[in-house]
Write a protein that binds this ligand. Structure first.
Ligand code: C2O
Ligand code: CU
Length: 471
């Protein structure tokens, strides 16, 4: 039996520098509170959460004293945190203050097709225009939102935000910290984000030279000694795969893309491909004043699940480990614990005969990335009847990883290279390893035409994208 790579990768734990030292020479001021601070709900009805924000230019300090002329939702990077409960309707009054047309995609949420930001690409929200997104919240989980036009540029510049969808009656943890992981490629001299690179850079995926947690490289979050800390992690990077952990502090994975796990898993590290999310918890140590460092291990995009690298590649951050953010242990702990809600847990599905096998490939020389031998928009649309459990395969014949994302519907990975996956988890994005094939079972109860694509944004723009019509 094999587990999901999300879990399996966790064993590849390199030695870390003293992650839990009390050396605070790099400390950048008082730690911020561990909290989910939601955007205000502007609608008094308990059935509706209404938020309002715009996308526009934002001068944003990544924490190195060189402000970036970036973009943001609601004037910040990341944008407003949205909090909703399953059964509520989310309404977002969105103004486009960018100088380009845009749309918002609600990554992972099963929204009606017209709200998905894709069909809208034919008639996007023009500069100066307002659009009201409105849809019911069906699923518990941790989601995120971003434009679905010029994604490689707009996400790199900071256009993304997070959404927590709570179970009815969900009890909030005392310390719950959303963390948007990202990297940006900046000029060392000016600090500005560099323009897109060559075609070959795009095939390789754009890796940054600074790591960001919630838009900054110097995040320091206060946690209380002995209390449980819940992290909601999302990887918003263009191409970088994160593999994070805190030396000497085991974490428990309790949630994946679209909800919680029936059986939480304890691990040293958590791996997240672009687009993926994870909810993890750990207990803060007792040493008040101590510091924990969340370290990222470099992941080669041409490295497979077994640790074999199929092609060399360079990383502007080098080969070692890099700090992502810190936690400072404060006093005042109450021994707070937290039990994730047992709500809509993933059942164990059994694969049927696959109705389609998507083949992912790339042609380095030709400079193309393909699905079923074609690049967007020529990839043939797959049409399937809806409202049932449908089995598909995804076959990555290339030597590179491709995080495969399907809009509008959630799935479970039931086999990897023919080996059954033991722990069911709701997913909408899956890190396809080089030369590997997975079997998924999709719950296709959201009719419409949905995009599916690689979440390495350069690949998506280069054509590794197709459509599925659920009837
Ligand atoms: Cu997060 Cu179509 O993407
Ligand atoms: Cu890809």
């Amino acid at each position: 039996m094999r587990t999901l790579p999300l879990f399996a990768l966790l064993t590849a734990c390199a030695t870390t520098p003293d992650g839990d030292t009390t050396d605070d020479t790099t400390s950048g001021g008082a730690p911020e509170a561990c909290a989910w601070e939601a955007a205000p709900d502007l609608d008094p009805s308990p059935d509706v959460v209404e938020v309002e924000f715009s996308a526009g230019m934002v001068e944003w300090d990544p924490g190195n004293g060189k402000p970036i002329d970036g973009l943001g939702f609601g004037g910040t990077v990341p944008g407003p945190r949205i909090e909703v409960t399953v059964g509520q309707t989310l309404r977002v009054r969105f103004h486009n203050d960018l100088d380009m047309p845009t749309t918002i995609h609600w990554h992972g949420l099963r929204v009606p097709e017209a709200m998905d930001g894709i069909t809208q690409m034919d008639h996007p929200i023009q500069p100066g225009e307002t659009f009201v997104y409105e849809f019911p919240i069906r699923d518990v989980g941790f989601y995120w939102y971003h434009p679905h036009m010029d994604t490689a540029t707009t996400l790199e510049k900071g256009l993304y935000g997070t959404i927590v969808a709570r179970a009815p009656g969900e009890v909030r943890p005392a310390c719950e910290q959303p963390i948007v992981l990202d990297d940006v490629l900046t000029s060392r001299a000016t600090g500005q984000i560099l323009p897109p690179g060559t075609e070959m850079d795009k095939i390789m995926g754009r890796l940054g030279n600074i790591l960001l947690a919630n838009g900054r490289e110097d995040r320091n979050v206060g946690i209380k000694a002995g209390d449980v800390v819940v992290l909601r992690l999302v990887n918003a990077a263009n191409a970088r795969h994160f593999d994070v952990g805190i030396d000497g502090v085991p974490m428990t994975l309790v949630g994946t893309d679209d909800g919680f796990l029936a059986e939480p898993q304890t691990m040293d590290r958590v791996a997240l491909a672009p687009g993926e999310r994870a909810v993890v918890m750990f207990t803060a140590p007792e040493d008040v004043g101590g510091e924990l460092v969340l370290m990222n291990r470099r992941v080669h995009l041409h490295e497979d699940g077994g640790g074999e690298t199929h092609m060399s590649e360079t990383d502007p951050l080098g080969d070692g480990e890099n700090a992502v953010m810190r936690f400072t242990v404060l006093d005042g702990g109450t021994g707070a614990t937290w039990t994730p809600p047992a709500y809509d847990l993933p059942p164990a599905f059994t694969a049927g005969a696959p109705v389609h096998s998507w083949v992912l490939n790339e042609d380095m020389m030709g400079g193309t990335v393909t699905i079923d031998g074609k690049s967007w928009p020529d990839v043939p649309t797959v049409t399937v009847p809806g409202d049932e459990l449908t089995t598909f395969e995804i076959d990555n014949q290339s030597i590179m990883r491709h995080p495969f994302h399907i809009h509008g519907n959630r799935f479970e990975v039931v086999a990897i290279d023919g080996q059954p996956v033991e722990a069911p988890a709701w997913k909408d994005t899956f890190p396809m390893m080089p030369k590997s094939k997975i079997t998924i079972v999709s719950q296709l109860d959201n009719p419409g035409t949905w995009m599916l694509h690689c979440h390495i944004l350069e690949h998506a723009e280069f054509g590794m994208a197709g459509l599925i019509t659920v009837e």
